[in-house]
Design a protein around this ligand. Structure first.
Ligand SMILES: Nc1nc2c(ncn2[C@@H]2O[C@H](COP(=O)(O)OP(=O)(O)OP(=O)(O)O)[C@@H](O)[C@H]2O)c(=O)[nH]1
Ligand SMILES: [Mg+2]
Ligand SMILES: [Zn+2]
Length: 354
């Protein structure tokens, strides 16, 4: 397959130059299962695993390849070896589930994160949730797009659109139905050849159904919903990249129970730009917007120009991220301490051996 059609550009070309002479191949990861990666190259699809070098140099989980990555491969008789992961141009990530403070790259080198919501009256259309996804898209340098699916089940579409627009910050918004095919055409024609989209959002909103509608084929299995709470059943279990006939690529991902934030508080400021702008007018520079006199953000609340739910989400997300930042600093401190200990032990051994 033509590399350009797979999203290849100068950013990656520059990184690949030094490996070209060595006779190594470049390819893009479309799928991973049990540490075996499916890679599309210019010639043929190949299977590969991480090389010894990659294992040796990887420090964090995020140093390992993921779907969407461009990788350098050494071909061999059976499994190819992934020697390097080219620097990611963009990514969509979250904090790994559980107590670990580690970044999990959901998908990389994507142009758009499609935040899919379901207009079926369940919990699948959450403004607070959309705000979280937008912040994470901003964090990884990806453009967010809001997709309101299941329009066929929505009684008042205009109300739903207006509601979504209160948090969209002007990003593109599509209202579609994967079931009836409504507006699927205009959605698909908005993305040209070589662009990569990642579908994300809770389980059951219709991410895989949307992919099928776009491709005009059943390429992904779709699930049934539990009637009791209209929640999905986690039908998709692995992320995978698909090529649409129109020329764009879609990475379908499993629905997440919760999107735990990863990154810096800066992405929050971009997402809640009206709040960060107002914050410039607060009386105190370090205003926390939680009761200080002369607070411009609280003034917006009183005035009614800022929704209380949005304000609360802003505070929550900010504190979630600053807690994470402090955990990272602590983690960094412990790692440095461990390295110093290792070093002094090595020096001691060195003198002992002499
Ligand atoms: N009425 C209606 N149902 C839809 C639409 N899109 C999807 N569905 C149904 O919603 C259910 C869930 O769809 P999936 O595509 O499996 O949802 P998903 O987001 O991929 O879920 P996970 O893979 O679990 O993350 C299925 O029963 C679909 O048939 C739609 O536009 N209208
Ligand atoms: Mg799915
Ligand atoms: Zn303030």
């Amino acid at each position: 397959m033509n590399l350009k059609a797979m999203g290849w550009n100068e950013y990656f070309e520059n990184q690949f130059n030094m490996f070209k002479q060595e006779g190594l191949t470049v390819g893009r990861i479309i799928k991973e299962s049990r540490h075996i990666y499916q890679v599309f190259t210019e010639e043929d699809p190949i299977q590969a695993k991480a090389s010894g070098y990659l294992h040796y140099t990887a420090v964090e989980k995020s140093d390992y390849p993921t779907v969407g990555d461009w990788v350098i491969i050494r071909r061999s008789e059976d499994l190819g070896l992934i020697e390097r992961v080219l620097r990611r141009e963009t990514f969509f990530s979250r904090k790994t589930a559980g107590n670990e403070t580690e970044q999990q790259i959901v998908a990389s080198n994507i142009d758009y994160v499609c935040i899919v919501a379901g207009l079926d009256g369940g919990r699948n259309f959450s403004l607070r949730g959309i705000e979280r996804y937008i912040a994470m898209a901003n964090e990884g340098g990806v453009k967010p797009v809001i997709v309101l699916n299941k329009a066929d089940l929505c009684a008042d579409r205009e109300a739903a659109r207006l509601e979504a627009e209160t948090v969209s910050g002007g990003v593109p918004l599509f209202m579609v139905s994967a079931l009836t095919g409504e507006s699927i055409e205009s959605f698909s024609s908005a993305f040209k050849t070589g662009t990569t989209l990642a579908f994300t959002g809770p389980s059951g909103v219709g991410k895989s159904a949307l992919l099928n509608a776009l491709s005009g084929n059943t390429i992904q299995r779709t699930g049934v919903q539990r009637e009791s709470d209209l929640r999905g059943r986690h039908t998709t279990t692995h992320k995978e990249m698909f090529f649409l006939t129109g020329g764009a690529m879609v990475i379908d991902t499993p629905g997440m129970r919760e999107l735990q934030l990863w990154g810096s508080t800066e992405s929050i400021d971009t997402t809640f730009s009206e709040i960060s702008e107002a914050a410039g007018n607060c009386r105190y520079k370090n205003c926390s917007h939680q009761g200080e006199p002369g607070c411009a953000v609280q003034h917006m609340l009183v005035e009614g120009s800022l929704d209380i739910g949005r304000y609360q989400n802003y505070l929550d997300m900010r504190s979630e991220l600053s807690y994470m930042e402090s955990r990272m600093t602590e983690k960094g401190r412990l790692e440095r301490k461990k390295k110093e200990k290792d070093l002094s032990r090595r020096i001691k051994n060195y003198y002992r051996e002499k």
